[in-house]
Design a protein around this ligand. Structure first.
Ligand SMILES: Nc1ncnc2c1ncn2[C@@H]1O[C@H](COP(=O)(O)OP(=O)(O)OP(=O)(O)O)[C@@H](O)[C@H]1O
Ligand SMILES: [Mg+2]
Length: 377
């Protein structure tokens, strides 16, 4: 009897101990998957979500209790390639890495890398899926920037080659035209033809200079300058068009705006291109708005660096989402008379100043260019 009692006590203790260990192991794995950087979602066999970790909340913008119990399909996971198999229930290989998109709570689609694994119970029976995913927005952005820089470099090489070949004969034509003019009497009406030739040559030379600015990244002549000064320097060129089209021009400068270190000539060019695009997007009037505020660096710039965030927005026709990734490319244009160089020049100038430029656009509502520039010092 004594002996039996003793046995059962030690049995109870054993179970208690095992339970404790089980609890510890559970807590350990839970804190592990909670602290991991990738999003993790577990679903039941019927696709209902039963678990999402903290990284999942951060990436998708949902709180755990907003998705638990909901069907996995609300997250709109789509695979990138055409081999779109049924993501759940199919016999496909489940543990390979894939790329695709997921929908955040705010309905924005974000690029993700993901894997889907079967969730099995201890008997090896499938009881659901485990989806592990990573936000690839930054990776995609970096890839895009590298490609863009690459295209600009090849364009630069091409442009300098062509410009060189054209410049020399042009100089020859110009001197010949001038020499011809000198041989003609003052009042000769044919002088007008020669004038026209010279004028057109000058125009071509200007164009070549634009190409050269791609080829030879000019050195920056940096001076401290307030955003307002940059805008004030270019508005005189635009006043007439703004007035003719009935556009309202609104400026807002935060009272404690730090100064920027800029090459004035180049920064005027960068802003002018943006203003011109905005005006051209509003043929029937609207609002052109410049806003500048201090900011503490976004992650893509040095996070400790302070600077200025400048918004240039219009209420024009907007940019269709499918062409949005191309607008900074050289020679990309949707305008009959456009060269498609404005934004790629602006992009290069902002980059050279250590800044960034991004765009947000809504069809028929308008477009905003968001520029970050580091402050003096
Ligand atoms: N504010 C805007 N609103 C609507 N579309 C825009 C705006 N800014 C740029 N775009 C689109 O981006 C394209 C590229 O712009 P970019 O300034 O590089 O070239 P462009 O204006 O066509 O020609 P260029 O500036 O060389 O005269 C434009 O053709 C237009 O489709
Ligand atoms: Mg333009």
């Amino acid at each position: 009897m004594e002996r039996e009692k003793h046995l059962s006590r030690s049995y109870e203790e054993e179970i208690l101990k095992l339970n404790q260990e089980l609890e510890n192991a559970k807590n350990f794995s839970l804190s592990l998957i909670e602290s991991i950087g990738s999003g993790i979602i577990i679903t039941e066999i019927n696709d209902k979500i039963t678990y999402m970790n903290r990284a999942g909340e951060r990436i998708l913008g949902y709180l755990k209790n907003e998705v638990i119990g909901k069907p996995f399909s609300i997250l709109g996971l789509k695979e990138k390639q055409s081999n779109l198999q049924s993501l759940f229930g199919g016999q496909e290989e489940t543990d390979t890495r894939r790329e695709g998109w997921m929908r955040r709570k705010d309905q924005a689609e974000i690029p993700v890398g993901f894997t889907i694994n079967n969730h099995q119970d201890i008997h090896g029976e499938t009881i659901g899926k485990i989806v592990i995913f990573r936000d690839l927005t930054k990776v995609y952005k970096m890839q895009e920037e590298i490609l863009r820089m690459d295209r600009l470099v090849s364009l630069g090489k091409l442009a300098s080659g062509i410009a060189h070949e054209i410049r020399n004969p042009l100089a020859g034509i110009k001197t010949t035209a001038q020499a011809l003019g000198e041989e003609m009497p003052e009042e000769d009406p044919r002088r007008e033809y020669l004038n026209r030739i010279t004028k057109e040559i000058d125009r071509l030379n200007e164009l070549l200079k634009t190409f050269f600015s791609f080829a030879k990244p000019q050195t920056l002549n940096l001076v401290p300058c307030h955003v307002r000064e940059i805008v004030n320097a270019i508005t005189p060129f635009l006043i007439k068009e703004i007035a003719d089209k009935g556009i309202r021009f609104v400026e807002f400068y935060h009272p404690e705006l730090p100064k920027l270190n800029v090459d004035k000539v180049q920064m005027h060019q960068a802003f002018l291109n943006l203003f011109l695009n905005a005006i051209q997007a509003m043929p029937n009037g609207g609002e052109l708005r410049v806003e500048a505020r201090p900011f503490k660096g976004p992650a893509s710039m040095n996070p400790n660096k302070r600077g200025v965030k400048i918004l240039i927005s219009d209420t024009g026709k907007g940019i269709p989402p499918q062409i949005l990734p191309k607008i900074f490319d050289p020679f990309f244009t949707t305008k009959p008379k456009g060269m498609g160089l404005g934004l790629s020049i602006t992009y290069q100038i902002i980059k050279k100043h250590g800044g960034t430029i991004e765009v947000e656009s809504h069809l028929e509502k308008g477009t905003t260019f968001i520029i970050y520039l580091p402050e003096v010092g």
